[in-house]
Design a protein around this ligand. Sequence first.
Ligand code: ADP
Length: 383
Amino acid sequence: MSAPLPAAPGRVWAHVGQPFAPSPYDVAVVGAGRMGAAAALFLRQQAPALRLLLVEEGGLPNEDGATILAPGVWSLSGLAPEHHGAARWTRGALQALGGTGWEARELVSLHAEPAPGRVPTAQTLARWPDMGALVNPAALPWAELDPDAGMYRPGHAALHAAQAAIRAGADLLLNTRAAPQPGGGLCLERLTVTNTHQIVTHETHLVTARAVVLAAGAKGPWLAECALGVHTRHARAYRQTPHLAVPSGAHSPVLRAGGLTLRPQHGAYTLIPPLHGRDPHGYQPSGGGLTGVPTGLRRETLEDLVALMDAVPALATEALHLGRSLADVPGAWLALPGGRADGPPTFEPLDEHTWLLLGGPHADTLGLHAARELAQAVAETLN
Ligand code: ADP
């Protein structure tokens, strides 16, 4: 028996110079961040007969958004045991995807109190002499090691998933903003840039799809509310990832202290501050001030870092990149599934045609599993 022929690759419309004549689709996925790109890939794998369109507002799958600034740290540390199976599945899927820059990297979480499995911080960190410059073991004397942790690049994961989905037959429309329609399908605005650098709508199209998946990150719940009138219990938060110019090496572990993650990156550290909860509706983050000097770190983040200066003394030095305005420090809106800062990735039907898929703060460890489950659920409804 001969093997089934591979699907012909899908089409890509990158800019408005390429004419787009809408044809009907079975599934349209809004947003090519890591959640949308993975959902598209899993749908092509599980239901190759379904015609699929992936729509992305940026010029590349995930040009901006939560994915590109996500820590890319996979670890079971601090994760409730009921999620361990999904986390392990995600780890395998990330490695199978290829091109994600996956590398095994131990993760050390530091604590003030002893507990089973914790050993003295000084003893744990003795393996990495450089850590002495970063951490004060006396402030957080207990450490827990996750030897199975790993680091990768979420932006690359999104790109590779999108490319694999196209090779498997998905169509991709870039530079296009999509809004779901109450009766099903999408309204598409193909965007272009004027010579005065304004982003404008070049043309609009209506495209039919039997199912629409909103994978627009923090904008997903907003699209559900504004375009479909469906209220969800989800929320969003703005997270900044400042830079700490303390040298890190090829074997430096990922550190976690007081909810702050220090990720070795480009020979230094990227800081991923804790999320406390939702940012109120309509709130626009602005920079804070330290000893009267304006900084680009929002006040809440600055307060968290100040509270950790005893444990991580480098935070009190010029190694911490503060910026002068919010634009100086990278930041992105994250969806908070269920409105909770620790909410796992989730998906749900919004009406008979539309599904909402959210990654959120745990997308590094659990995102691909949620995308695969969503793909299964959508395929089952349409087949
Ligand atoms: P996630 O982690 O859930 O994938 P991201 O914020 O990384 O979240 O990705 C969401 C993606 O959706 C971004 O690439 C963003 O440009 C895209 N997006 C957001 N709103 C729309 C929209 N209305 N139409 C098309 N793409 C959108």
